[in-house]
Ligand binder design. Sequence first.
Ligand SMILES: Cc1ncc(COP(=O)(O)O)c(C=O)c1O
Length: 442
Amino acid sequence: MTLARRELLTRTALALAAGAIASSGGSVGAVAQAAAVPPAGGSDAWDYVRGQFALSDDFIHMSAMLIASHPKPVRDAIDEHRRGMDANPITYLQQNNRRLQEAARGAAGQYLGVSGSEIALTDSTTLGVALIYNGLRLTPDHEILTTEQDYYVTHEALRLASKRTGARIRKISLFETIDGVTEDQIIDRISQAITPATRVLALTWVHSSTGLKLPLRRIADALDPINADRPEADRVLFCVDGVHGFGVEDVVLAALGCDFLMAGCHKWLFGPRGTGIVAGTKRGWDAVLPTIPSFIDSATWEAWFTGSGPVGPSTGSRMTPGGYKAFEHQWALTQAFAFHQDIGKARIAARTHELARQLKEGLAGMPHVVLHTPRSDSLSAGIVSFDVQGLSPAAAVVRLRERRIIASVAPYAVPHIRLTPCFANTSGQVEVVLQEIRSLAA
Ligand SMILES: Cc1ncc(COP(=O)(O)O)c(C=O)c1O
């Protein structure tokens, strides 16, 4: 086959399956970069931000960490794309998909301080975690180190990876009791558990059970001397389910120090439901194989057309699962990142911590409440986890729902009540929630 013909086929396949040839642009689907620009500082700014959400005023919503309400710029972008798709699905897709997927990857990259090419688009944290753990090239000689405190998604993805590859899983506990846990203790326990066979360290940035936030940078620093003596193929890869820090903390990937960060964009980022990302370093991407065929990777198509076999190391585009999508949601990711950047990552982090701190301080003073989340900002983010004496977590959540407060129960073997204040909440709402919890005293 001539080069020109192969190029034509590749371009046609990309245009049909993944979307448009980049240069086609055009007026169809030119969604304005409509992001809210709140006025600087003060509570007015937060009122303005809250006004971007269509949340019902009948409730105090404190479970953003489950599934997001879309702010106006995201709703508008989805609506416009949906209208375009409903009017002319093929043309709209062809004229826009490639450009808009690249824009979404670029926006995610900018948010995390990396190139968009280091980003894979997924539809959830769960998909990202599964793609990475099941894509790692592991052997029966390898060990995966994780913790008892990690979530079902990590444990189950690792169990399946272990079944496929024969790699062993070892789970350690990061603490005896969460009360009084320190960064030093966490670092010590992890460092001491790493053996020459450990190839993967699989952790969760902010635990959805207790709200504990791990000191990722310090853990990465502790891995440096261990990795310094190892050949590339035996280095410990640091992989993190980052969903409950992503959209809360003001950091970039390099500051976290992990090889992979997997996160849904439909929780704290308030991105389109059904979206997520994996951010990887070159070292990380080199260590995994895709599971799902990519539609946006031209070299993979090219190899298929020509039967030329393997296509080289993995990349963010090669690890982006193909198939036709709820495209209007994926494309509107750009507006979700813009919304955050316009408000400011630092302001969002400060606001989330301020509201969580107010909540924790109030709960800590209640004799009938056991607060599990550490009080310090360095060991917590936006999740506040606790128990109410005399009430099961499920019963407490029902009682709060009757009082029009949306809390949730952590789906763990030992469940707790969770409240997750975010920048769409107010200090006044936190006060109301505290009053209602006070009234739950037996
Ligand atoms: C730590 C953690 N990881 C992953 C998930 C699942 O996230 P997603 O819905 O984006 O797959 C959750 C729960 O919502 C969680 O708490």
